[in-house]
Design a protein around this ligand. Structure first.
Ligand SMILES: [Ca+2]
Length: 432
């Protein structure tokens, strides 16, 4: 999904602190559509939520039921005494994803549509490493997803969104207005919303949902999407990156979005579950062609590339800027690799960053004749922390298609000296 060109704006995301309809049940079969008028609170800044820890996984064989099937697994009665419909648990969805990822990739006719739906979920940043059952999300997160749906309708004008008319909203002080009934049906088709309840800042008036354009939101993006399929589901999967409005890019893990085949949805599929799997590709060993000798109690070994610490670096150890020097990464087994992300320069602090050398060009050999020449970009300012410097000096060098490999060799093909030293430094490398 392309974004409107206001990326430089400060990042603000509408945040609400209380839910309307706290007793809302994602399992309810109610077809009612709420229509209320609410005030919009002041914008509040939201911090990034990036996955950091591995998610434990269990293995069970499970099937994702048809969304319209009645529950066979009754969990509990809700407050009104109704028996909620059964929804697969997080673990069941994760197991389903694991099963599907072990199958051969497919090219479904609905790929483009699912890709657009995945973009709604990732651009709205509702996924995390815990996993999200879309129909059962917290209403805050649902509101962010709905907001992205509107953003898509208003900006993208994609065929995907033709089903819902958007109208100019001058009379309501909004950029666009959407009929509540049409929008609620769309939410149900896209992510299984059974009981649309506006969140506090979602403005609903006279049967219309009011929407104004976002202000340069950052986004998560699942790249190199692959699809997997069984009788009941499609899985969309690929490495995922978070990108803010300053162009900083970091790795989210692998994004997985599961779609149930659903003939009742106008799209033929309903987005049911999403997660970022933080497990990256493990590098078991690193070799470098040279190393700067230790000094002042610091070493500049190749292992510093893999320690996830922006304060430690590998530095080449030959005279000059080290053009021709190599870093070789060994994986514990052959596996599909899309690319490498390099954290360039001595990112421990701004002084070290400025004084030491940085890569400008590399050649990455993924084996089997798959070679990519890459250019590295980055910047730093005096007030930047090590983490800021790492974020602003990440560059991806990647293949068009993943290749099966267990060895990756990076050769320095260009480097600039720092203000004081010509030792070229690299802070970190991620293989994805
Ligand atoms: Ca490091």
């Amino acid at each position: 999904m392309k974004r409107k060109p206001d990326h430089k704006c400060t990042v603000f995301i509408l945040l609400i602190t209380a839910l309307i309809g706290a007793s809302f049940s994602g399992c309810s079969k109610s077809e009612d559509t709420a229509s209320v008028t609410v005030d919009r609170p002041a914008d509040e800044e939201v911090s990034d939520t990036k996955p950091e820890e591995d998610v434990s996984e269990q293995t069970q064989n499970t099937e994702i039921p048809d969304p319209d099937n009645e529950a066979s697994d009754i969990k509990a009665e809700d407050e009104e005494g109704e028996i909620p419909e059964s929804t697969p648990s997080d673990e069941e969805y994760k197991d389903k994803i694991d099963q599907l990822r072990k199958t051969d990739a497919v090219s479904p006719p609905e790929a483009e549509l699912m890709s657009e739906m995945a973009a709604l979920a990732t651009f709205s940043r509702v996924l995390d490493e815990e996993g999200e059952i879309f129909s059962e999300m917290d209403n805050n997160k649902k509101a962010r997803l709905r907001r992205q749906i509107f953003d898509g309708i208003a900006w993208e004008e994609s065929d995907f969104f033709e089903a819902i008319p958007a109208m100019r909203g001058e009379d309501y002080g909004a950029d666009k207005v959407f009929p509540v009934e049409d929008a609620a049906a769309l939410f149900k088709d896209i992510y299984g919303e059974e009981n649309y309840t506006p969140a506090e800042y979602e403005q609903v008036k006279d049967g219309y949902i009011l929407f104004s354009y976002g202000d340069g939101d950052p986004w998560d993006r699942i790249e190199h999407q692959e699809f997997f399929e069984d009788d009941s589901c499609y899985l969309l999967s690929g490495p995922s990156f978070y990108e803010d409005n300053g162009g900083n890019i970091s790795f989210n893990g692998y994004g997985d979005i599961l779609f149930a085949k659903n003939p009742d949805s106008r799209y033929g599929v309903t987005m049911v579950y999403g997660i970022y799997r933080p497990d990256g590709i493990q590098v078991s060993r690193v070799e470098t062609s040279s190393v700067l000798p230790p000094s002042a109690g610091k070493n500049y070994n190749g292992e510093n590339l893999l320690d996830d610490d922006p304060a430690t670096v590998w530095a080449e150890g030959v005279p000059g800027t080290g053009v021709g020097e190599t870093i070789t990464l060994y994986l514990d087994r052959k596996q599909p690799v899309y690319g490498v992300q390099i954290v360039n320069g001595y990112t421990a602090d701004y002084t070290l960053y400025s004084n030491n050398g940085k890569l400008t060009d590399v050649r990455v050999d993924f084996g089997g004749g798959n070679i990519v020449d890459g250019v590295l970009d980055g910047y730093g300012y005096e007030n930047f922390s090590a983490e800021n410097l790492a974020d602003s000096n990440r560059s991806k060098i990647e293949l068009d298609e993943p290749v099966l490999t267990d060895t990756i060799t990076i050769t320095i093909t260009g480097a600039n000296s720092g203000a004081k030293y010509d030792d070229t430094c690299v802070s970190g490398i991620l293989v994805y």
